[in-house]
Design a protein around this ligand. Structure first.
Ligand code: S3P
Length: 166
């Protein structure tokens, strides 16, 4: 087993993909994203998985994707924003170098617009984002070894802060 060198967690819009790709470049390792793994394996986009099979099934696929990635990916790994909601997924993260990318709503909106198709943010995205963040914040901090605030920082500055935090 060759675990990841960094695991990024945080809500949609926290910059996991941008920071992750940049960190991988800096560290000379690969970058992997469990959302992409799930879509490739399922052969369809995440919104379709939610519609066809429901969120509980998506969380199972996500747990499986996290299990495989932490076992076989010795690089930078980014998880979907809700991965930490699943007890089994959180257990898989024990002892790993997990960093929580913390962000305010305004910065998340600025970064990704929250317009990308995310089933849990389909209706009232700003209100939903706040509710999800309130429920999830304790779980992000539970799994994380360090928290890095991304608001007002460039991707390069966030990547530096992650490396400093580890
Ligand atoms: C989700 C976030 C998404 C994706 C799915 C569910 C969530 O990932 O896994 O739509 O529950 O917050 P990103 O955080 O990469 O947008």
């Amino acid at each position: 087993m060759t675990p990841p060198v960094v695991v990024l967690v945080g809500p949609p819009g926290s910059g996991k993909s941008t920071t992750g790709a940049l960190l991988a470049q800096r560290l000379g390792t690969g970058y992997r994203d469990t959302d992409a793994d799930i879509e490739r394996r399922a052969g369809k986009p995440i919104p379709e998985i939610f519609v066809d099979e429901g969120e509980p099934h998506f969380r199972e696929l996500e747990r499986q994707a996290v299990r495989d990635a932490v076992a076989e990916h010795p690089g930078v790994l980014a998880l979907g924003g809700g991965a930490i909601m699943d007890d089994g997924t959180r257990a898989l993260l024990k002892g790993l170098p997990v960093v929580f990318l913390d962000v305010e709503l305004a910065d998340a909106v600025h970064r990704v617009g929250l317009d990308a198709p995310r089933p849990l943010l389909a209706v009232n995205p700003r209100q939903r984002w706040r509710e999800l963040m309130a429920a999830r914040r304790p779980l992000y901090t539970e799994v994380a070894r360090a928290t890095v605030t991304t608001g007002g920082r460039t991707p390069a500055e966030v990547a530096d802060a992650v490396l400093d935090a580890l």
